[in-house]
Design a binder for this molecule. Structure first.
Ligand code: ADP
Ligand code: MG
Length: 260
């Protein structure tokens, strides 16, 4: 019957569950729970694999793999609460700010991975790639369709805002996309630049201000101040590479950020 109902996960677990039930180590209720649980976990795994293929996530990263003790400026409760994904239901955004290597991409991907595990559609892109794909669509006369496709995922990760400058026309396209997603679906943005520098990144102060206004309207800000995890074995070198090296303590307190 399990085969007929196309429940391969439960079918695979059936022998084991039945023998445990027969031997009395599982009650009838526990046996049903375990049988259906096996099917659900198979389904969730398949969903994750399918979502991973279409999401363009560069890797699977999870919160479990993140060493919070290395990054004391991160409020653990804030990340735990984001990991429950209520922000997706509420169509809120998340902005991860901080210097290179502090785990912005890791945490953004962990949120996307968790969302994919819950069957939500997710999509990952760096800002540079996102803008290129929008510009290509515009040149091909398919911008409207591309904007619609990119407004659909429940979670869009826009990584690396600030490393590469974006052309002003590219920034307009990004602004259009964020306008479509505003109050409609969540976006997770990461940047090594504070908001005051986004005007420079996007080549237009007025548009950057309007973008930030929308992004911050329903938003969680994770401001990470700390050392690069990539450079953790070279902390002396890392310190000399920091522009304001002599003023920094190894793990300074995060500066105040506006909360919304
Ligand atoms: N606190 C941490 N615990 C475990 N791994 C981390 C931590 N912070 C960063 N990493 C790892 O270090 C590398 C760089 O982190 P990443 O998220 O890419 O940094 P960022 O995006 O801020 O530049 C990644 O491989 C990431 O998985
Ligand atoms: Mg990154």
């Amino acid at each position: 019957m399990l085969a007929d109902l196309k429940l391969p996960g439960a079918l695979e677990a059936a022998d084991q569950v039945l023998s445990e039930a027969d031997s009395g180590s599982l009650t009838a209720g526990e046996a049903i729970h375990k049988l259906l649980g096996a099917q659900i976990s198979l389904r969730n795994n398949r969903r994750l694999q399918a979502a991973m293929r279409s999401s363009r996530l560069p890797a699977v990263k999870t919160f479990d793999q993140f060493d919070f003790s290395f990054q004391p400026s991160i409020k653990r409760e804030q990340i735990d609460s984001l990991a429950e994904l209520g922000f997706l239901e509420r169509k809120e955004n998340v902005v991860l700010l901080g210097p290179p290597g502090v785990g912005k991409t890791h945490l953004a991907i962990s949120l996307a991975t968790a969302a994919a595990q819950h069957g939500r559609r997710v999509y990952y892109s760096t800002l540079a790639d996102l803008v290129t794909s929008l510009e290509e669509a515009q040149a091909a006369g398919t911008l409207k369709r591309r904007l619609t496709v990119l407004s659909h995922p429940s979670l869009l990760v826009v990584d690396e805002i600030g490393y590469l400058p974006v052309s002003q026309s590219g920034a307009v396209l990004f602004f259009q996309l964020m306008g479509r997603r505003y109050e409609h679906a969540s976006t997770v943005l990461t940047s090594n630049k504070g908001f005051e520098e986004w005007g420079q990144v996007l080549g237009d102060d007025v548009m950057a201000a309007a973008l930030i206004d929308r992004v911050l309207h329903h938003c969680h800000i994770v401001n990470i101040r700390g050392n690069s995890y990539r450079m953790r074995e070279h902390s002396d070198l890392w310190r000399t590479l920091q522009p304001d090296a002599e003023h920094r303590s190894p793990n300074p307190e995060p500066s105040e950020v506006p909360s919304s």
